[in-house]
Design a protein around this ligand. Structure first.
Ligand code: ADP
Length: 435
């Protein structure tokens, strides 16, 4: 039986009983019966309406708090309970999805700002707060250009040309470079995506400087050689003296270029992360005795070079790389020490660590240059460096070798008195052979 018939059945029954009562008795009992039944029905409905109204007034609408009903109201309340249950499930799913979204956007390495039609901040993630120096709790609803005021940014936003990102060098956050990209979405809304490209920009600057430096280093020797070749290939007769001088100078410049290329190759090998250190026990004492001979031939008797080996301890590392690091420091000491000066080379075990140092009585280095000496092509006095055959890469090579051997470089110097370059090797790289 359909709902409508089931509900109408009681009313038809009451009407029939009233008619029967009227027929077998009189109108009064029939009227009393029908009015009593109607009153009871009104009371039944009012009671449920009041219960429903009370439930609607409470703030916490859970299906558990829905009142119990009877008759037709039983169905109404059952439907209501189902609806409330469904609604709270949807609500739960929605807040879970929102929470998941919040966690995803917070974990993203990029900053995200949602801007409305008039460029007011609707929402942003913590990374955007950091990149742009804004705060969601304080700045929501604010015009973004009141906070990020740089002219290029204001122009970028106004131009509405979303195809290219904007590189902002002076973001509100000091020292960071961000790339900003606008993405339109929804109804005139925009996403502003920010990315920290400070590291990338630094690497790019280093790459540009490096190419400029290498080109500059190669230009002078190539110009000298080119000039001589032009003169020599001219038809005019050339005197023997000029010929000899030209050949000597061309050889010198070629050697200079060769040294530069060799140092560049060494650096690129050291910088290659796939090229791991080939750790083997290195007999530092015998390695240094070999380097002493090279030092003496470079000095050609102009300096007093002393070697002091206080420990026979060996080092775990690459012999070739260590020879290159020690050799660079020793050759620098000779090249930057005037004739008659003293150079000491020393190897000892100190406080459990391996200590190698080269001390000279040379020209010394002003304190402001010391932190930058290991940068590629950084020179205090370029002409002295070149005159003595320097490439400007020696200390950069030393720095890389040391970092591959977990060692530390310490430089102390006094102008006019000399310099000392200490290398500290960690205890775990020392192999004790002293009995
Ligand atoms: P270079 O080939 O020019 O010597 P390096 O990288 O070996 O390049 O050294 C960088 C700079 O550090 C040198 O140009 C020089 O100015 C300075 N320097 C290095 N060692 C010494 C030293 N022992 N005494 C004085 N200055 C030094």
């Amino acid at each position: 039986m359909s709902d409508i018939w089931q509900r109408s059945f009681n009313i038809i029954l009451v009407i029939l009983m009233t008619i029967v009562l009227w027929m077998i008795s009189s109108a009064v009992p029939a009227l009393i019966f029908s009015s009593g039944t109607l009153l009871w029905m009104v009371f039944h409905h009012v009671r449920h309406v009041v219960a429903l109204e009370r439930w609607l007034q409470v703030s916490d609408h859970t299906s558990a708090s829905i009142p119990a009903g009877s008759g037709a109201w039983d169905d109404v309340f059952a439907h209501l309970a189902r609806y409330v249950r469904q609604h709270s499930q949807n609500q739960e799913q929605l807040s879970l999805a929102l929470e998941r979204m919040r966690r995803i956007t917070s974990a993203m390495p990029d900053g995200i700002v949602i801007l409305d039609e008039t460029d007011r901040i609707e929402w942003c993630n913590p990374v955007a707060e950091l990149h742009l120096g804004i705060s969601l709790s304080l700045d929501a609803g604010q015009q973004i250009t009141y906070l990020v005021r740089q002219i290029p940014f204001v122009e970028y936003l106004a131009a509405r040309k979303y195809s290219k990102p904007l590189i902002l060098k002076q973001a509100r956050q000091q020292g960071i470079i961000v790339s900003l990209q606008l993405v339109p979405y929804g109804f005139k809304q925009k996403l502003l995506i920010s990315r920290d490209i400070t590291r990338f920009e630094k690497v790019e600057t280093m790459r540009r400087d490096f190419i400029a430096n290498v080109s500059h280093e190669l230009r002078t020797p190539l110009t000298v050689i080119g000039g001589f070749l032009e003169t020599l290939s001219a038809d005019e007769p050339i005197n023997a003296d000029f010929n000899k001088r030209a050949l000597a100078l061309m050889t010198e410049q070629t050697t200079r270029m060769q040294r530069l290329v060799e140092d560049l190759l060494v650096l690129s090998r050291l910088e290659n992360e796939q090229n791991k250190v080939n750790d083997k026990p290195v007999d530092v004492a015998s390695l240094l005795r070999g380097t002493l001979q090279d030092a003496e031939s470079l000095s050609a008797g102009r300096h007093q070079v002393k070697l002091n080996i206080a420990t026979q301890d060996q080092l775990l590392g690459s012999e070739e790389e260590l020879r290159s690091a020690f050799g660079n420091l020793i050759s620098n000491a000779i090249r930057y020490t005037p004739d008659g000066g003293e150079i000491s080379i020393h190897w000892e075990k100190k406080e459990g660590q391996g200590l190698f140092f080269v001390q000279d009585s040379g020209i010394g280095i002003e304190p402001e240059h010391i932190p930058r000496l290991t940068e590629r092509f950084y020179r205090v006095d370029s002409s002295r460096s070149r005159e003595t055959g320097g490439t400007g890469l020696g200390l950069a090579i030393v720095k890389h070798v040391l970092s591959r051997h977990e060692a530390r470089l310490e430089i102390t110097s006094q102008v006019g008195k000399g310099s000392r370059f200490n290398i500290w090797f960690p205890a775990r790289r020392l192999i004790s052979v002293d009995q």
